[in-house]
Design a protein around this ligand. Structure first.
Ligand SMILES: NC(=O)c1ccc[n+]([C@@H]2O[C@H](COP(=O)([O-])OP(=O)(O)OC[C@H]3O[C@@H](n4cnc5c(N)ncnc54)[C@H](O)[C@@H]3O)[C@@H](O)[C@H]2O)c1
Length: 414
């Protein structure tokens, strides 16, 4: 388990339950404060959830055991789940990314090396069971979504009841339903930075700079992106209190090109003026607006057929390198599985030089708008809005707009 989900649920004021089959992984997250309580007995867990509901608590619970058992038992005991997903590492199903129900953690690990074919068969059967249990919940109103871990893909390959009659998945990927239309199409994506001084005081200074920069942008922001800005202003103001740093003094927030450029520029100036003790490195997750071609995740809300191409990540990386990225990377598989996705990434060192200011403006502008153009060509509403807005701000940017055909006319012609 990663600790992000229980922590996010806590910040959002929910009761969350996460299953983790590996006791060591669970204890690590618990000792680091990412989850409030660990319970390994199913009956105790069920009573604890009921009590939390009655008392209207905000609490994160971790079940030490298999996720399949959890879905099944919650369905048997009529425990209502409002929102659910799966976060096993199914991009790597045969080598420890997914532990099948019915085997202990140690048994599974032995079988992976001693009898890989038998292990595969256990994984497939377990996925079929898991989907059956999830379907029971969704019939009662649970909103289930694919977390971007290839759950829908691997469950369909295992023969689980996960497809609609038209061959599409029964459930959406979170990019199709949430992140794509709300964030990526408008250029909002995970902008990251690391303070090279590794000094917590520097991170605190960057938090203040980022919050005040977004607040300034908020004043002139159009209605369509105010919610995204508000969420991120709230997040960055609260981030320090939530003690989320485990290693490097690093932070992440969602911003569009305007926000990323303004924040990076302000960091660069703070380095130049000595307000930060050392340079800051900026980057982003590959899970972003541009940078990644991934038909089952990042580009899954591109519906014009082009989501099965793999050119955007390459264009992004080449464009970033020409504009001054300190390093770029082009890789494969990121979080979705080998051969399923092409990822492009960059890093840039903000050393306080004036020339760095010039480079960061050029590079971040390309890094984000390349993806918005692609999404606009696919006729995504948010992206058409965002790229037209950008062309007004930057007259030298010329992106062809799609022609929106009249569906009735096309139907008549066909
Ligand atoms: N949507 C996103 O933004 C996003 C972000 C990060 C990761 N992901 C994807 O989510 C998946 C998980 O990422 P992670 O970093 O948490 O990986 P991880 O490998 O650290 O954690 C997965 C955990 O699942 C546990 N597990 C496996 N099968 C289980 C089962 N049947 N029952 C209970 N526990 C089980 C494993 O023991 C492991 O600790 C990956 O496929 C990753 O690509 C998506």
């Amino acid at each position: 388990m990663s600790g992000a989900q229980p922590k996010a649920a806590k910040i959002a004021g929910l009761i969350s339950v996460i299953a983790e089959v590996n006791p060591k992984a669970l204890q690590t997250r618990y000792s680091q404060g990412w989850v409030d309580e660990v319970i390994s007995d199913m009956d105790k867990l069920i009573s604890r959830v009921k009590k939390a509901r009655e008392l209207n608590e905000t609490v994160s619970l971790a079940f030490q055991g298999n996720i399949v058992d959890l879905w099944e038992k919650f369905a048997d005991h009529d425990i209502r789940v409002d929102i659910g997903s799966d976060q096993t590492s199914l991009h790597n199903p045969w080598a420890g990314g997914y532990y099948p129900a019915g085997l202990s953690f140690d048994e599974a690990n032995r079988m992976i090396s001693d009898d890989p074919e038998k292990f595969k068969s256990h994984v497939r059967k377990s996925l079929i069971r898991q989907v059956e249990a999830i379907n029971r919940h969704t019939k009662k109103g649970t909103y289930f979504f694919d977390y971007g871990n290839a759950f829908l893909l691997e469950a369909s390959r295992a023969g689980a009841d996960i497809l609609k009659p038209d061959g599409e998945f029964r459930y959406p990927s979170y990019v199709q339903d949430i992140m794509g239309p709300l964030c990526f199409d408008y250029g909002f994506g995970p902008f990251r930075w690391v303070c090279c001084s590794n000094n917590p005081a520097d991170l605190a200074v960057t938090d203040v700079i980022a919050a005040s920069t977004l607040e300034k942008i908020m004043k002139g922001a159009p209605e369509k992106i105010r919610q995204q800005l508000e969420d991120n202003i709230h997040w960055i103001k609260e981030a320090g209190k939530n003690k989320l740093v485990v290693g490097s003094q690093a932070r992440i927030l969602y911003a569009d090109a305007e926000g990323r450029i303004a924040i990076a520029d302000a960091f660069n100036q703070a380095v130049a003026k000595g307000k930060l003790r050392a340079p800051v490195v900026i980057g982003r997750d590959h899970h972003d607006v541009s940078g990644t071609d991934s038909p089952y995740r990042e580009t899954s809300n591109i519906y014009d057929g082009s989501r099965f191409t793999a050119d955007m990540a390459v264009q992004n990386v080449i464009g970033d390198s020409f504009r001054g990225a300190t390093w770029v990377s082009l890789h494969n598989g990121g979080g979705v599985g080998w051969g399923e996705v092409i990822n492009g990434g960059f890093g840039m060192v903000l050393d306080g030089l004036e020339s760095t200011g010039e480079k960061l403006r050029m590079m971040l502008h390309w890094d984000v708008n390349n993806g918005i153009a692609r999404r606009s060509w696919a006729r995504n509403d948010g992206a058409m809005f965002a790229i037209e807005r950008e062309m007004k701000k930057t007259p030298e940017l010329i992106v062809t707009m799609p022609f929106i055909a009249d569906d009735k006319l096309i139907d008549d012609v066909i």
